[in-house]
Design a protein around this ligand. Structure first.
Ligand code: F6P
Length: 538
């Protein structure tokens, strides 16, 4: 049944071989029996972390197995790896860099002198963010047309986009006169949708790009320039309608953004971990700097929980161990994240980059092919809508798909009927996934196997602190899985080849030379160009 090798770490071999014996039982024993056998199961298999209460008792493992799982981080000295990451060690081994997203939210003086310089840069940048936010909110900062900024368009993609978009949408209640918009894909229809309601004279563009070389972002920035130029600004003033957020200030200068309008990023912060940096400026502009500081503070509280909690009460580590159990031991291929609240509708796509771009790897830190599975597919959608989309598959499909239910308690809604409905449906899904429906006289097509695992994470509220804690929680889950799988969670070489191929194909489309590609790609290129040519003739 288990065709795939389960992770064989020399340090954890004995634990893994013990765990192997329990896999069969875990897959065959009805999940509800664990509750009958152990009335304290919920107590043992739930944990409180900052702003989040997690009940993981509906997972397919006994408390005995869970205790065994908790030995793995100790055997692998995960605590040392965590300390090394927070301390600025080169955890990004292929680019020989630290991953210090945690330093960005450490507003008080850092513990180790070795981080003092980097910390000073973080603090200086926060001050720059503060003054830009104040200038814009007070109407002192003007556009290239000498007028007040009423709208800000953040141009960016991936980690330079997803975090700010998620948090601004989650916080929702507008607290500043400035409207924030996002341009992500290089798509004329998206540009038209976003810009057609805006006034060039009152619009500021943020070009958010760590590399300042991402195709989509540069193309959108050029389109933004063209759009502004239609209103004939004074050319020397044009740069006033742009702010750059980048680690590549020379490229930003070359684009025409002046030095005083550039906020820094650094190579020791990964793109998908950068919402805590100046990349998060849209959050400050849309919601105020106090909110941004609260967002950082919530993440820092989760950092402290992660650094100081013992394994069996450490929520990020527990989520990582459950993922290891579900995907490496029980061999689930994917897992669904289902927030039961519209404010978190962008959370699944944020997590997709964080988890799959970090741990979608197959080479260990020492350069060998892994002999076990690494990141599963992360996917999901908002509840209750997902119950009318893919819960049929999760209940009756042939695959076991674990679910993380994210259930904010206080959402700012005072409509008790709707709030009860939202909460009742979330709990009903996890209960039904566990119990199934196998009454004797149930028709086969109506039977639910049950014993389908889920974890319910109750979020106290949707405050900036709670949101910061939630994102930090999944960052640390991701890092811990990388440590467990002995892979580099902080590089992303897999996306480079596609970018290079796109450049070659672009050249072929422009020159109508389809050679140098495989038969399929060449014929598709030709078909596209010829179709466009025919359209133009008509
Ligand atoms: O997807 C590849 C990637 O480099 C991500 O890691 C990053 O968040 C995104 O593209 C955008 O990169 P940049 O901020 O350099 O434009």
């Amino acid at each position: 049944m288990h065709t795939k090798l389960i992770m064989e770490h020399q340090k954890t071999q004995s634990i893994i071989s013990e765990l192997k014996k329990e896999i069969k039982q875990s897959l065959e024993r009805p999940l509800f029996e664990y509750f009958k056998e152990d009335p304290k199961r919920v107590e043992t298999m739930s944990v409180s972390a900052p702003y989040i209460f997690a009940d993981f008792s509906k997972n397919l493992l006994s408390s005995k197995t869970f205790k065994k799982l908790c030995q793995i981080p100790l055997a692998l000295q995960i605590e040392e790896k965590i300390k090394n990451m927070f301390g600025g060690g080169n955890v990004n081994t292929t680019e020989i860099r630290p991953a210090l997203h945690t330093l960005l939210r450490k507003i008080e003086t850092p513990t180790s002198p070795s981080l003092a310089n980097k910390h000073a840069l973080c603090m200086k940048t926060l001050q720059q963010m503060e003054s830009i936010t104040r200038e814009i909110h007070e109407g002192k900062r003007k556009t290239a047309f000498g007028e007040r900024i009423t709208d800000v368009v953040s141009i960016g993609i991936g980690g330079s986009h997803l975090g700010s978009k998620l948090i601004l949408d989650a916080l929702r209640k507008k607290t500043s006169q400035v409207n924030i918009h996002f341009l992500e894909n290089a798509d004329q229809n998206e540009i038209a949708r976003v810009l057609h309601v805006l006034e060039p004279r009152n619009t500021l563009f943020l070009v958010a790009s760590k590399s300042f070389s991402t195709g989509e972002t540069l193309l959108n920035a050029i389109e933004a320039k063209k759009w502004l130029s239609q209103s004939r600004p004074c050319p020397e003033e044009l740069n006033k309608s742009f702010i750059g957020i980048t680690n590549n200030s020379s490229a930003a200068n070359a684009f025409g953004i002046s030095a005083e309008n550039i906020l820094p990023l650094w190579d020791w912060v990964g793109g998908r971990f950068s919402v805590w940096s100046a990349i998060g400026l849209p959050i400050a502009l849309g919601q105020g700097m106090t909110t941004f500081y609260d967002f950082l503070a919530g993440a820092r509280e989760m950092d402290d929980h992660f650094q100081n909690s013992t394994v069996n009460s450490n929520l990020p580590i527990i989520l990582a161990l459950l993922s290891f159990w579900n995907h490496n031991c029980l061999e689930a291929e994917s897992y669904a994240v289902v927030p039961y609240c519209d404010n978190l509708r962008f959370f699944p796509s944020y997590l997709q980059q964080l988890e799959m771009e970090s741990n979608g790897k197959s080479i260990t830190l020492d350069g060998n092919e892994v002999s076990y599975n690494t990141a599963p597919t992360t996917w999901g959608g908002v509840g209750t809508a997902s119950q009318h989309a893919f819960f049929q598959l999760i209940h009756q499909g042939t695959r076991m798909i674990p679910v993380d239910f994210i259930l904010p308690l206080q959402t700012g809604s005072f409509n008790q009927e709707l709030e009860h409905y939202r909460v009742a449906n979330c709990l009903a899904q996890s209960e039904t996934l566990m119990l199934g429906n196998k009454e004797k006289n149930t028709k086969p097509e109506k039977r639910l196997a049950g014993s389908r695992p889920s974890t319910t994470l109750m979020l106290e509220n949707l405050s900036p602190r709670a949101l910061g804690a939630l994102l930090s929680l999944y960052e640390h889950k991701t890092e811990t899985l990388g440590f467990l799988w002995n892979i580099n969670s902080f590089d992303q070489w897999g996306v480079e080849n596609g970018k290079k191929a796109a450049t070659r194909i672009m050249q072929g489309l422009n020159s109508k030379d389809y050679s140098g590609h495989d038969q399929s790609t060449s014929s598709l290129m030709r078909k596209y160009v010829e179709t466009m040519a025919n359209d133009e003739k008509e």
